[in-house]
Design a protein around this ligand. Structure first.
Ligand code: ADP
Ligand code: MG
Length: 346
């Protein structure tokens, strides 16, 4: 249970200027012989957001925009090159680096995209789910472990009897439920979910998303939910952050983002979603592609694909600003009023 009092109103997760650079230089000898410079790839470049306890922030964007790198920063798999994040008021990376990192690791867990790759095929489900319980010294008694594994399986809609089986005996959706059960074993408060349903059939995706929503309601979980698909995000998020080439270009409440998208990139992603009700409007496939992150265009990184581009966009990088409605957007055209904002219905 979250603590009562003032601590409760502060966001559980506060990321400030998170950045991660990768050195992708050619080997030293090639650099010397061929006169090639060192090459740095800015995978995530100054991302800030907050997530309230019990809420879901979704991060969306095409492949290569830096979403998985944000996820890996938040669970401590990568250290930030710049910036950091506070978890429940604590500097999370200081905690991850410290000798006593287990309490923080226990509170933050991750679910990966591919439930085939993330479950050890040689282990029985019981051992897969019990591993974090042993690792964190939560339970060691065999009977207690079996009982807890059974409960965890039930919490994701599987049967305690499933614990004697191996991963290959399950479907993709069931395997992802096993991953969720394992992630929940340490009773985390924050789950970082990196495209958790992208590898699943559409019909199975909804089941897994419903289980995740259910668990959130029952256990007060906080989610960072990553997807390249805005249609999926619509079902699970409270807030949405749209990423482009390592930066947030729009951060808004879900309703606002879907009803009145600001950034031209958000509009492009939305136009690409098949529309269920509004059959009159054709879906427009996403145009162009994400530029090479090693040589990003000057100014706004989206400018080569943007219908509203002008000289300023080609030379000056836009910063996130609050447009007065609580939505934050990084776009000169929006800021200058050169682009019509749809009227929010309802
Ligand atoms: N370990 C790494 N080493 C070098 N480059 C990386 C590494 N991880 C990610 N990148 C690069 O960083 C960028 C963002 O990648 P990623 O965070 O995986 O994006 P997304 O999840 O949105 O597809 C990509 O250009 C990718 O090639
Ligand atoms: Mg990814």
């Amino acid at each position: 249970m979250p603590p009562a009092g003032p601590a409760r109103s502060a966001p559980l997760v506060q990321a400030h200027d998170l950045a991660r650079t990768f050195d992708v230089s050619p080997p030293w000898l090639n650099r010397v012989l061929e006169g090639k410079p060192r090459q740095l790839l800015h995978a995530v470049d100054g991302v800030s957001f907050e997530i309230e306890r019990g809420k879901t922030l979704a991060l969306v964007g095409e492949s290569g925009c830096g979403k998985s790198t944000v996820a890996r920063l938040l669970v401590g798999l990568y250290a930030p090159t710049r910036g950091g994040f506070q978890f429940d008021g604590q500097d999370a990376h200081a905690a991850f680096k410290s000798r006593d990192a287990k309490p923080m690791r226990r509170r933050i867990q991750m679910i990966f995209q591919d439930p085939y790759a993330s479950l050890n095929p040689r282990w029985k489900v019981a051992d897969i789910i019990a591993e974090p319980l042993r690792e964190h010294g939560i339970l060691s008694d065999k009977g207690a472990l079996i009982e807890r594994v059974g409960q965890l399986l039930q919490s994701v809609g599987l049967s305690p009897q499933d614990m004697t089986k191996y991963p290959h005996q399950f479907s993709g959706g069931q395997r992802q439920r096993i991953s969720i059960a394992r992630a929940l074993a340490t009773e985390p408060e924050f789950l970082v979910c990196d495209e958790p349903t992208s590898a699943l059939d559409v019909s199975v995706q909804a089941q897994v998303l419903n289980i995740m929503k259910d668990l959130q309601r029952k256990q007060g979980l906080t989610y960072l939910f990553i997807s390249h698909n805005l249609a999926v995000v619509r079902h699970v998020s409270d807030q949405v952050g749209v990423m482009y080439l390592g930066r947030l270009v729009e951060l808004a409440d879900k309703q606002k983002l879907f009803a009145a998208p600001r950034h031209p990139y958000t509009r492009m992603l939305l136009d690409a979603i098949p529309k269920m009700h509004d059959t009159g409007r054709a879906r427009t496939p996403v145009q162009g592609e994400v530029p090479n992150p090693l040589s990003p265009p000057p100014g706004c990184a989206f400018n080569p694909r943007c219908p509203w581009v002008n000289e300023r966009c080609r030379s000056e990088r836009p910063q996130l600003f609050d447009d007065g409605s609580g939505t934050r957007v990084a776009c000169h055209a929006v800021q200058e009023g050169r682009i019509d904002i749809p009227v929010v219905a309802g």
